[in-house]
Design a binder for this molecule. Sequence first.
Ligand SMILES: *[C@@H]1O[C@H](CO)[C@@H](O)[C@H](O)[C@H]1NC(C)=O
Ligand SMILES: *[C@@H]1O[C@H](CO)[C@@H](O)[C@H](O)[C@H]1NC(C)=O
Ligand SMILES: *[C@@H]1O[C@H](CO)[C@@H](O)[C@H](O)[C@H]1NC(C)=O
Ligand SMILES: *[C@@H]1O[C@H](CO)[C@@H](O)[C@H](O)[C@H]1NC(C)=O
Length: 501
Amino acid sequence: MFILTAIICSVIFILRFSACEEQIVDVRKTLVWGPGLKPDDIVLPARYFFIHAVDTNGKKFESRTYLKFQVHINGNSPHGKCRYNLNQIDRADGSTIVRYTIADWCDNLEINVLYNNSHVAQSPYLMRNKVYSERCYCPQELNLWLLNNDCAAFTEDKQISWDLHSFKRVNFSAIRANLLKRYNAPESISLCHYVVKNQQIWRTCYGKYTGFKMFMDATLSALARVVLLPDMEFYLNLGDWPLSKKGGQQRTSGPYPIFSWCGSDDTYDITLPTYDITESTIENMGRVMLDMLSVQKDEYSWEDKEEKAFFRGRDSRRERLDLIDLARKYPDAINASITNFFFFRNEEHKYGPKVPHISFMDFFKYKYQLNIDGAVAAYRLPYLLAGGSLVFKQDSHYYEHFYSKLVPYKHFVPIKRDLSDVIEKIEWARANDLRVKEIVANARAFVEENLLPQHIYCYHIVLFKEWSSRLVSPIEVLQGMEKVNSTYTCSCKEKMPRDEL
Ligand SMILES: *[C@@H]1O[C@H](CO)[C@@H](O)[C@H](O)[C@H]1NC(C)=O
Ligand SMILES: *[C@@H]1O[C@H](CO)[C@@H](O)[C@H](O)[C@H]1NC(C)=O
Ligand SMILES: *[C@@H]1O[C@H](CO)[C@@H](O)[C@H](O)[C@H]1NC(C)=O
Ligand SMILES: *[C@@H]1O[C@H](CO)[C@@H](O)[C@H](O)[C@H]1NC(C)=O
């Protein structure tokens, strides 16, 4: 790689007469940062940090290069040496994401980051305190946790203030019965009432299809392992569509507070990060293949990407079918297919045949990604923003918890709801490749500040803290509630927490 860089440089030098030097990594100037460097204070399902190579002239690497950083961890554990699992996600721009999990706990933990056998930046990183696995029950006091996790940016979050604006003072004793009267419709609505009290999680669910409660169970359990949760209660909508409609009856009764994974301009629902991004946070380096870190792996260089817009997805909205029409009319601009027919099964002959799923990472073979609503907002947007291609986002009144912070033409290219300007926007992108690359870089910077595992944790806790402060009725475990069993494999206290509570 180095030899290659040198040769390309000299060719350019001869052709352009410009000074072009081989970039040599300066291990002391190279940047290493991220929450995974403070694993004694910051407990995440997978700890992660970043390395970005800087050369001897103090310039960050940018062009496509693969640099081999060696990272290893030392320390003592109940099993002898620290047991850990580590992997690197190479972004091929001189930067890499390092992430790791540890088993149980680890004393005198030391993180070594090496390049060509030399320590990089401040390596070795030494921890003064014992480091616990995320699977340990070891909750920190809430405000300390917020401080350790650098959640300050979220305490002023626009979406949280908008969502809570209508709920300054919530007396559940006064509204529970009416809320249920309004929303207990087992055939069409699935809803769970959660109560968190003394770090224990309780719930009652209503509706026919309540399988998705497992996501909130897992989220609250994971949070309870690392932070002392405020006592609180809330109703969570397990369905796709937000429920608390503006206007109509609500004008007189006031809106009911309902937490949903998707919000919309015409409802009062309080948005939580989707079950999808939250699960990929909690199961990072575990059960999930795709998450906000792994999706950043660079598999296709910008130059090699096809200058086409790409789409795969179910038939969950009419515009997705319209897109198939467009793709047929403009095969040089759009590659789109439906992976499953369900909502418009009787039109399969027209818009089919359905095609098999392809790996999400292979989406990024294409320069342009189409984000078109499904039943509600398409929960793939975070991954598309992180993936290194340009996102075309359909205009929509549905949103996830972070959309209000996205800026058109800074982080994505907007397209009309009826897709009538898609071709025009693709032509614009093709003619403005430099601008497009800038937008792609901005999108990734946005992800780094808003959508990584630490931010998903912050958002939940900041929202829960705010929310709990508005509840005026006593928080009580109600009759008939089921306890969500806590899941942990160890504890940082001598006694297991069960005894203390
Ligand atoms: C690695 O270090 C050695 C000497 O310490 C040096 O000669 C060599 O050029 C370095 N290699 C790279 C790839 O930086
Ligand atoms: C909440 O509502 C109940 C029932 O309407 C009422 O008895 C109680 O005083 C209210 N509590 C507060 C703090 O407003
Ligand atoms: C569309 O994309 C798929 C997946 O990358 C590819 O296999 C197929 O050949 C593409 N179709 C066209 C017409 O380019
Ligand atoms: C919790 O554990 C108890 C006893 O093992 C079991 O009966 C109960 O169903 C579990 N609750 C949940 C929500 O899984």
